[in-house]
Design a protein around this ligand. Structure first.
Ligand code: SIN
Ligand code: FE2
Length: 216
């Protein structure tokens, strides 16, 4: 007799569900890396990583830059998206085609069709850097998912609920993993635990994360 299991959706080891509309796609970004790495270097050359100040007056431990039509920024006035890099007054570097393709394919694999991000926040974590629990809510349209790509050193991603005090799950993320969350999970709290120094073969003692969003 055939096993019933054949007719149930198997939990593929390459996919891990974090919620009704949230999942980790393990190693999804790896096939894109050869094209994406030089693109990351070009972005960092045109719009260098910098440590921004939060509205509360703290300097972020994560260094960031952006590409795409809109870039996420913070200063004493608040969090927002801007078409220009405040450091240079120039537009953010254009979003490389390989980035847009990766973001849209990952969104599709997680069940979100036609994702066309206009913003890509690029975060760089050195050992010790962390990102406290927050919601992504500076975007105009919560209908689009968030697509978050991890490269370099591993990190522990925290995925919580809709209130800051809700319990969080700890999700280890490695080079090439992609997390997608949208729909009913779009506003869930998330963050990154302080990074351990576990140098990566390609990127050394750093973790690079890019987060794609439809911001405008
Ligand atoms: C973010 O929430 O902006 C970044 C998350 C991450 O670095 O994995
Ligand atoms: Fe976020």
């Amino acid at each position: 007799m055939q096993s019933l299991e054949l007719f149930e959706a198997p939990v593929l080891p390459s996919r891990q569900r974090l919620g009704p509309a949230a999942m980790v796609l393990r190693k999804f970004a790896l096939p894109y890396m050869q094209e994406a790495m030089p693109a990351i270097e070009a972005i960092a050359a045109a719009a260098p990583f910098r440590h921004m100040e939060t509205p509360g007056g703290f300097t972020m431990s994560v260094a960031l830059t952006n590409c795409g039509a809109l870039g996420w920024t913070t200063d004493r006035q608040g969090y927002r998206y801007t078409p220009l890099d405040p450091s240079s007054g120039e537009p953010w570097p254009a979003m490389p085609e390989v980035f847009a393709r990766l973001a849209s394919k990952a969104a599709e694999a997680a069940g979100f069709v036609d994702f066309e991000p206009d913003a890509c926040l690029v975060n760089r974590y050195a050992p010790g850097a962390r990102l406290s629990l927050h919601q992504d809510k500076n975007e105009r349209d919560y209908g689009a998912p968030i697509v978050s790509v991890s490269l370099g050193m591993p990190a522990v991603f925290l995925f919580g609920g809709h209130a800051r005090t809700d319990p969080t799950v700890k999700v280890p993320l490695h080079h090439g993993d992609v997390v997608v969350w949208g729909g009913v999970d779009r506003l869930r709290y998330h963050g990154v635990m302080p990074l351990k120094d576990e140098p990566h073969a390609l990127l050394g003692s750093q973790r690079i994360n890019f987060t794609f969003r439809k911001a405008g």
